[in-house]
Design a protein around this ligand. Sequence first.
Ligand SMILES: [Zn+2]
Length: 83
Amino acid sequence: MPIKGMKLCGAKCRTKEGSPCTQIAMKNGRCKMHGGCFYKKEIHGRYTLRAKAERKNEHALLREMKALSKEIEKSINENQAKS
Ligand SMILES: [Zn+2]
């Protein structure tokens, strides 16, 4: 149902009358059925921007931890060699 004051989609429908679409338009001037930005909003899953950023941070942390543990091992080995 159209709402007053909202921009309407206006795409030609494939009904008998061929009347323009009366759904609320999105940023690009079309509704979700007629080429609006429906899939661009973030959905849950592996490939969202947030998930990607989280994975990147986790990998960076893991790399840091590995480097640290290697350093610790090295220092332990050196101390054992000394004594
Ligand atoms: Zn439409």
